[in-house]
Design a binder for this molecule. Structure first.
Ligand code: FES
Length: 162
């Protein structure tokens, strides 16, 4: 599936300098640096990754190897609202795909895309989050909502959106 990443320039802050300074000589430092960067910016901005690569003389490819290997790292800025639809087996069997399609339609995100054009919404497909008894399950801005049907989607978006 092809995916277009959204890039935006972020400021090189004092905090970023401190993060690099704090971790530059420690073993396993890249992971720690990017954890701190994600905490600082909410994701790993491309220009910040380039800055770290140049400052520490580490190839950018190595940095992307790490940041794309761990699902934890976001390479795109967060949306105002994140909807995550569980596509694990239990949820899938109870209609998660219909729920996912209903959310896509409701917030105008095409299949294969993750963000709405105005970046108000992001949709993610996730694996089992351990609430299979409530299948199909979604999270809306981290709030877990169970037994969701396609018919509930419009009211969930209306009620829960920031
Ligand atoms: S499969 Fe969806 S919560 Fe377990």
């Amino acid at each position: 599936m092809s995916k277009t990443l959204n890039y935006q320039e972020e400021p090189i802050t004092e905090a970023l300098h401190s993060i690099i300074e704090r971790w530059k000589d420690e073993e396993g430092n890249l992971i720690m640096i990017f954890h701190a960067i994600q905490k600082e910016y909410g994701y790993v901005p491309r220009n910040v990754a380039i800055f770290v690569s140049e400052t520490l003389s580490i190839p950018l490819a190595r940095i992307y190897e790490i940041t794309t290997f761990y699902n934890y790292f976001n390479l795109e800025p967060p949306a105002e609202n994140t909807i995550a639809v569980c596509m694990g087996t239990a949820c899938y069997l109870k209609g998660a795909e219909d729920v996912l399609n209903a959310f896509r339609k409701e917030v105008s995100i095409k299949a294969g895309e993750h963000y709405s054009e105005d970046r108000k919404y992001k949709i993610e497909e996730i694996r089992c989050i351990g609430c299979c008894g409530l299948a199909p399950v979604i999270t809306f801005n981290e709030e877990i909502i169970g037994r969701v049907t396609a018919a509930d989607v419009a009211s969930i978006v209306k009620e829960k959106s920031k």
